[in-house]
Structures are given as structure tokens and as C-alpha cells.
Design a protein around this ligand. Structure first.
Ligand code: R1P
Ligand code: URA
Length: 358
């Protein structure tokens, strides 16, 4: 094949894949009963699920002081065993987003767990990739990364594709924010339960430079801890950026913030909870944060922590689709979101496929 033929062939395969995802979206939008794990392509997925998560009565868990495993070698919460997971992983929050993107995999097999995690694994252009529904928040990302890592020998590449709030005027809805790094925003219960002399209402300055330690330490007036920045793997992120741009996504490279709540630590107004959070969004925006979501920081933090162990290191990166623009108060319509999920999902699979472990 000439290089023109090869390019044309790749274009056809990629377009067919995106068309497939969009077709599945439409089918699902019309008939919600089709959102189960049944076959949608030529290859029948093998699905196995169990009551993992609650401790199975027939098994005594081993390794209780590391990653607890059932008698048949499955992890307690994701229900995965050795051979169920590929070293290249795409993590998405939403179960239906994972299922739609996984339509691009052939010889797909699916593992579900009673905790709600879903792991699809199959071949993408000849390489094994897992697409995982990670659900929401730091604790779920922790279960996913640690339990997948426990059953995959050697290094792993993990990308997250999520949705987010855009904090800048130049990150309107529909932008895909490629995350160069992230900080964590956490509500501090000791600070919030102490009487506040006043409530901080305008921005508190902090820097997004790397290696600076905590950016903001919570006080009763501003009861939120903002961590220092943790970075994506530059090589993996650069490929992801190229693939997103090739897919004609509107890409903005920036630093994100991951919050421990969709509400308090994302600066959403509340009457009932006394969140004292009116300075959260101004502070993040003034510091230059582009995207606000709930998992990326923890993924990058675990990847950073794995660096001391080269042979089992996690290489991580992330991007998220802006569904709300906080300065303008606008939101993305669901059709555009589905289309962007398909394009960016395909770009993520391409990235994982092309990434060469150092
Ligand atoms: C909140 O609505 C959820 O959406 C974002 C947040 O991080 C959080 O998980 O990401 P996902 O769309 O990947 O779930
Ligand atoms: N996900 C979040 O966590 N926050 C948003 O505003 C949008 C998506």
C-alpha cells in the first residue's frame, strides 16, 4: 500500500468507527432498553458479572492487607482478574459513554461488578485496550487505578476522558480541555465547622507552578484546601492533543481543578449547607484554571506516586469536554455532547494505540 492508500485506509477505519459510535448513540437515544451489554457488532461480547463488592460468601478474601482478592483472583470492587484488563486504559465517568466508545473494540469482553464499575476490553487496530466506566469522584478513581493495576503486570497508560465546567471565557461549551496538570480542591470539615470571622468572597491568589506544595490552606473564612499542581505525562498528553486536533475538536491546553464535590467545592450556591464557597470560582478563574471536574487530579497523583517503580509505572493524561461555561452560564446540548464524546473517544483510543511505553 502506498502512504496515500494507508492514510486513506486509516481515515476510512476511523470514520467508520465514529459513525458506529454515533449510530449507537442514536439507537440508544431512541430505545433506552437497548443500553444493556448485548452484541451490537460482529463480535459477541462475553459478559461476566458477579456480586463482587459485597464479600462473596463462597470465598475467603486473600491479601487483605494489600489488594483483597477472591478465591478466583478477582478484585473486590471491580471484579477483575488477571487477563481481564489491558495495560492501555481509557477511563470515563459515565457507563453509557464507556459502552459507546467500546463499540470500537473487536473481540470485546465485558466485566461488570455490583458496585457499578464496568470494564470493556478488546482489540483496537490490533492492540488490547480497556474502556472503563469509573463513575465519579476521587474514591472511585482510586478503586479503578489501584484494582486495575493489581491485575496488570508491567507499566500502564491510563487516559481519562470526562466532562467539565469551563472556567474561562475562552473555554466555551464544546471546548475539549487537554489537561496539562491539575490541582485538587477539597472542602475541609474542620474549617467549615469552626466559626468564621468573615466569609471570603473575592479571589484568593495562588500559583499553578509545579512543585510548590499546597496552594491554599483552608481557614474558617475560606474552608477549602487547594493543592499544588500535579502534571500529566507530557508524551502521552502530546499525542492526545494531536489526535484531538486531527479529529477537529476545539482543543484548549490548560490546567484543571478536580473537586471533591460537584457542589460545595465547585462553588455552586447553596442555602442549606453553609458552604462559604463564594470565593472558590473567582480564585480558580483568576489563577488561570480552565476546567473543573472531579477525578483527573487523583489519576495524575497516583501516576506521580508510581514513578518510583519504573517497571510498574502508570503514565497518565486527561481531557474533558466543557459542558457548562461558568462565566456565561451556558450549557452544551446533548446532541453536541454525544458527537464530541465520539470524536474525543476515538482520539483517546488512537492515543492509547500509538503510545510507546518508554
Ligand atoms: C459530574 O457530573 C461528573 O462529570 C465529570 C466529573 O468529573 C464527574 O465525574 O466527569 P465524567 O463526565 O467523566 O463523569
Ligand atoms: N463535571 C463537573 O464535575 N462539573 C461540571 O461543572 C461539569 C461536569
Amino acid at each position: 500500500m502506498s502512504s496515500t492508500d494507508t492514510t486513506a485506509f486509516r481515515l476510512i477505519v476511523t470514520s467508520a468507527c465514529i459513525a458506529g459510535i454515533l449510530y449507537v448513540c442514536n439507537v440508544q437515544a431512541k430505545s433506552p432498553e437497548t443500553t444493556t451489554n448485548e452484541t451490537r457488532g460482529s463480535s459477541a461480547p462475553q459478559v461476566h458479572s458477579s456480586g463482587a463488592g459485597s464479600i462473596p460468601t463462597e470465598h475467603k478474601l486473600s491479601s487483605v492487607n494489600s489488594v483483597p482478592l477472591t478465591g478466583d483472583g478477582k478484585t473486590m470492587h471491580l471484579n477483575v482478574a488477571s487477563g481481564d484488563v489491558a495495560p492501555r486504559v481509557l477511563s470515563v465517568g459515565d457507563v453509557s459513554r464507556a459502552e459507546r466508545i467500546a463499540q470500537c473494540l473487536v473481540s470485546k469482553r465485558t466485566v461488570t461488578s455490583s458496585r457499578g464499575f464496568v470494564v470493556h476490553t478488546g482489540l483496537y487496530k490490533g492492540k488490547q485496550i480497556s474502556v472503563v466506566a469509573t463513575l465519579m469522584g476521587f474514591p472511585n478513581m482510586d478503586f479503578v487505578v489501584r484494582e486495575l493495576h493489581a491485575v496488570v503486570p508491567g507499566p500502564m497508560a491510563i487516559l481519562r476522558l470526562g466532562t467539565c465546567g469551563g472556567l474561562q471565557e475562552h473555554t466555551p461549551v464544546g471546548t475539549v480541555v487537554l489537561c496539562k496538570g491539575a490541582v485538587a480542591v477539597r472542602r475541609n470539615p474542620d474549617a467549615i465547622s469552626s466559626p468564621a470571622p468573615y466569609v471570603q468572597s473575592h479571589s484568593l491568589p495562588f500559583s499553578l507552578a509545579e512543585g510548590q506544595g499546597p496552594s491554599i490552606v483552608a481557614t474558617p473564612s475560606f474552608p477549602y484546601d487547594i493543592s499544588g499542581r500535579c502534571s500529566s505525562h507530557p508524551g502521552l498528553s502530546a499525542i492526545f492533543g494531536d489526535k484531538l486536533r486531527e479529529a477537529h475538536c476545539s482543543v484548549h491546553e490548560g490546567v484543571g481543578a478536580s473537586a471533591d464535590s460537584f457542589y460545595s467545592s465547585q462553588g455552586r450556591a447553596s442555602g442549606a449547607w453553609g458552604d462559604r464557597n463564594s470565593a472558590v470560582i473567582p480564585s480558580l478563574t483568576t489563577a488561570g484554571i480552565s476546567a473543573l471536574e472531579m477525578e483527573t487530579f487523583h489519576l495524575l497523583d497516583l501516576a506521580r506516586s508510581s514513578m518510583h517503580c519504573e517497571s510498574e509505572r502508570v503514565y497518565a493524561g486527561a481531557a474533558s469536554i466543557v459542558i457548562f461555561n461558568r462565566p456565561s452560564g451556558t450549557s452544551l446540548d446533548s446532541d453536541r455532547l454525544r458527537k464530541l464524546e465520539a470524536l474525543a473517544g476515538n482520539a483517546a483510543l488512537e492515543t492509547l494505540h500509538d503510545f510507546i511505553f518508554p
